[in-house]
Write a protein that binds this ligand. Sequence first.
Ligand code: EPU
Length: 345
Amino acid sequence: MNDIRPCSLRNYNTFGIEATAARLVEYDTVEELQTLLDDRKAKGITTPLLHLGGGSNLLFTRARYDDCVFLHSRIRDLHVMEESEDTVCVRVGAGVVWDEWVQYAVERHWYGLENLSNIPGEVGASAVQNIGAYGAEAKDTIVRVDTIDLQTGAPRQFGAEECRYGYRDSIFKHELRGRYAVTHVSFRLTRHFRPQLNYGGIRLALQTRGIREEEITAEALRQTIIDIRRAKLPDPQVMGNAGSFFTNPVVTRSVYERIAQAYPDAPHFDVDNDHVKIPAGWMIEQCGWKGRSLGRAQVYEKQALVLVNLGGACGEDIVRLCEKVQQAVYEKFQIRIEPEVNFIG
Ligand code: EPU
């Protein structure tokens, strides 16, 4: 266990924003977390607990956090729970780095995660956020989420159904927000490689590399996804960011048709008969905000869905830019885009 008081949060957020926590506790096992919670109960301590993951989807909006205790999981075990000729079920610790897990699986010829390569963050948050990219989502392979109730210390397991997964969404972001710490996530992967190449850009990237669809391997697909992401998304080590800052709005078909009249080339994805998803990055670009900055915060020049820290930005700088962009999109399209990133206020 690592109990740091006070603690700089700079290395705990990929935006690279400086903030100070009065206390941050990193625990290595479920038992350590339970002991910490028991101790709080025994002493009647009620300071709010705030659980961090890899810090790749959050924004610290304050300079100091004196009135809460941050938690971070370093549970990093990995066990095969069940195997058959066709599938393998693996239980992975919440503190495992997501992309290390994807690489581990691809190396063992366990398939289903390739399209989620190179996403920053940790396994625990993948089950809260239902991370997604290139036509795949974490929920497609998650079968169970093991948690600890932060109020009582009691373990609780959630089947995938109970997690109520949606686009970048789960029960852990709504009714149960902040209530449970994810300790392990169980994934069911397949031993039969069925490449998913439908998302825009993948087939083109394969062609460019001279890879024929019939002979693609999971390793090659993973590498292709990594290359596409590296070309479009800034490396947080070089330029602080939290990936997509906004979610893509889902609008009714009539709203989409109104936009398509003015912009016949507007990119869009059908969600169901009545709903259409419109890329927020495209709308932001149409508003002329791509590449523009406000103070030390910028709309990334290669992908307008991403806000970046040009160096030395504080949380408020990013919030101000977020609001400007939201306002511009609203004025032009009468659609309100919402942050995907969690504001820690
Ligand atoms: N577009 C623009 N201008 C831009 C950005 C995008 O016109 O500046 C257009 C593109 O040309 C394309 C469409 O918008 O027609 C979609 O763009 P892209 O494929 O880059 O994906 P996205 O919708 O912007 C989503 C995810 C990403 C994920 C990609 C690929 C969300 C919020 N974001 O972005 O996820 O990598 O698809 O699947 O759904 C993340 O969550 O951090 C993330 C990076």
